[in-house]
Design a protein around this ligand. Structure first.
Ligand code: LLP
Length: 426
C-alpha cells in the first residue's frame, strides 16, 4: 500500500498514487493544472539539517546559493531557518529582500557585477562581495569610495582542482572564467589591502557543481589553507573561509557523500591544520533543493514510430532545461502506478517545443497513455530558476507542500504577461 522511491524519502506511493509528504500529487495537478512544480518543505529542511548537523558547534554560516531555485517561498523557508544567501545579481538581492532574508548574511558572487549592482548591494549592506578579478577590485573600490563606504570583500580563488563533473558545471579549473588564479592570489590580496574603499574579510572558492566525490573538496581545501597561511603571514587577517557549494545529489544511482559526512572529513582536515575555530561559510544550492521538487506533466500524445517511440508531454525544455543543456538525467515516474493492461513502451519523453533537443528523458520504459500524468523527479534545482518563455510558453505554476498543507506559491504565467512590455511601432 505504501512504497517509497529510492533516494526520495519525501515522495511515496499510497494506494499506487504518488504523494509528497501528506499531499496527493494527482489532486494538486488537477487543481492547478500542468506542468506544475511541487516542492516539499520537509525535504528542504532535511537537506539543510544535514549541513547543520555537520557544522554543530562550529562558527559557520550557510548561504543558500539561490540560483538553484529563487522562488520567494523557497527563499522564505531558508531565511526562516537562519540561512544567508549567495547571490549573483541585483535581481537576486531584490528577491532576498522580498522574501524577508537577512541582507547582512548575503554574499555576492559572479564575474560580471555592474557598477549599479555594486551600488545597490553596498547601499543594502550585504555581508561580502566575492570578487572574481583584478579589474573588479578596482571598480568596486571606486564605487565604494564614491559612496564614502568600504566594501567588505573576499577574493574568489581558482584553485585549479578538477571536480570531475560535467564540463559546463566545472568552475575551479584554470580554463574557467571564475576566480583569480591561486598563484596570483597573495599578490592581489596585498594590493587590495592598500585600497581605501575595500575591507578584506574573507577568502572563497567554488570548484563546480554536482560533485559526487570528497577528494576535490579536500584538495581545494588544502590549497585554500596554504593561501590563508601565506596571506596572514603577510599581515592581512582573513576572518572567514568560504568553501563554496557544489555537493551533488542522487539523480540516477549517484552516490554523493551526505553533507554531514563530507563535512566531518573536511572539518577533520581544518582541525588538523589549526583552522577549526575559524568562521566558515558555504554556498550550497542543488543539495538543498534538488531532491525536494518534482515537475508534474501530462502525457498529451503517444507517438509510436519505426525507429523511436515518443511520449509527448506538456512540459518542455523551457521548463526543464537540464537534459537539453547538460544531457542530464531526471527519473520519470507515473503518478498512478496501478498495474495496467497497456504494455510498457520504451520511449523518449519529449515536450512540445520545436527543437530536436527538446527531450526530458531518453529510452524510458513507461506504461502510460494520453491523459496520464508523470512526475519528473529531482526537479527542485536549476529547473524553474532556468525556465524560459521559448516558444511563447508561460512558465509553470509552483506549489509548496508542508505536511498536508499545499500552497500555490507562484501562479502559472499568463500569456499576456509575456508581451506586456512590448509595443507595436505606431
Ligand atoms: N556558489 C557559486 C559561486 C556557484 O557558481 C554555484 C553554482 C554555487 C555556489 C552553487 O552550486 P551547487 O551547490 O548548486 O552545485 N545549472 C547547472 C548548475 C550550475 C551551477 C553554477 N554555479 C545545472 O543545472 O546542473
Amino acid at each position: 500500500m505504501h512504497s517509497t522511491l529510492p533516494g526520495q524519502p519525501f515522495f511515496h506511493y499510497q494506494h499506487a498514487q504518488l504523494q509528497v509528504e501528506g499531499c496527493d500529487l494527482g489532486a494538486l495537478a488537477q487543481q492547478h493544472g500542468t506542468p506544475l512544480f511541487v516542492y516539499s518543505k520537509a525535504a528542504m529542511l532535511a537537506a539543510l539539517g544535514a549541513y547543520q548537523r555537520g557544522f554543530a558547534g562550529r562558527h559557520a554560516q550557510i548561504c543558500y546559493a539561490m540560483k538553484a531555485n529563487s522562488t520567494l517561498a523557497v527563499l522564505q523557508v531558508f531565511a526562516q531557518a537562519g540561512c544567508g544567501f549567495d547571490i549573483v545579481s541585483a535581481g537576486e538581492l531584490a528577491r532576498v529582500q522580498a522574501a524577508g532574508g537577512d541582507v547582512a548574511k548575503v554574499i555576492f558572487s559572479g564575474v560580471g557585477k555592474t557598477r549599479a549592482e555594486m551600488r545597490q548591494a553596498l547601499a543594502a549592506g550585504i555581508g561580502c562581495f566575492n570578487v572574481e578579478s583584478e579589474a573588479e577590485i578596482e571598480v568596486l573600490n571606486a564605487v565604494a569610495l564614491e559612496m564614502q563606504m568600504r566594501a567588505p570583500i573576499s577574493i574568489r580563488v581558482n584553485p585549479n582542482v578538477d571536480p570531475k563533473t560535467h564540463p559546463y558545471i566545472s568552475t575551479g579549473l584554470k580554463g574557467n572564467k571564475f576566480g583569480i588564479a591561486h598563484e596570483r592570489t597573495l599578490a592581489v590580496y596585498q594590493y587590495a589591502a592598500t585600497l581605501p574603499g575595500l575591507k578584506i574579510v574573507g577568502i572563497d572558492c567554488h570548484i563546480g557543481s554536482q560533485i559526487t566525490d570528497a577528494t576535490p573538496y579536500l584538495d581545494a581545501m588544502d590549497r585554500m589553507l596554504d593561501l590563508v597561511q601565506s596571506i596572514e603571514a603577510s599581515g592581512i587577517a582573513i576572518e572567514h573561509i568560504d568553501f563554496g557549494g557544489g555537493l551533488g545529489i542522487n539523480y540516477q544511482g549517484d552516490a554523493p557523500p551526505q553533507a554531514d559526512a563530507l563535512w566531518a572529513q573536511l572539518l577533520a582536515k581544518l582541525d588538523a591544520r589549526g583552522f577549526g575555530q575559524r568562521k566558515l561559510m558555504i554556498e550550497p544550492g542543488r543539495s538543498l533543493v534538488g531532491n525536494a521538487g518534482v515537475c508534474v506533466t501530462e502525457v498529451l500524445f503517444m507517438k509510436p514510430g519505426e525507429q523511436k517511440n515518443f511520449c509527448i508531454v506538456d512540459a518542455a525544455m523551457n521548463d526543464l532545461p537540464r537534459p537539453a543543456m547538460y544531457q542530464a538525467y531526471h527519473a520519470i515516474v507515473p503518478l498512478d502506478a496501478t498495474p495496467k493492461a497497456t504494455p510498457a513502451l520504451v520511449c523518449d519523453v519529449v515536450g512540445p517545443v520545436c527543437e530536436s533537443g527538446d527531450w526530458i528523458g531518453r529510452d524510458r520504459s513507461l506504461q502510460v497513455e494520453a491523459g496520464d500524468q508523470v512526475a519528473v523527479m529531482s526537479a527542485g534545482a536549476y529547473c524553474m530558476s532556468m525556465a524560459s518563455n521559448y516558444n511563447s510558453r508561460g512558465r509553470a505554476a509552483e506549489v509548496l507542500v508542508d505536511g498536508s498543507r499545499a500552497t500555490l506559491v507562484r501562479a502559472r504565467e499568463p500569456v499576456s504577461a509575456l508581451f506586456a512590455g512590448e509595443s507595436l511601432v505606431g
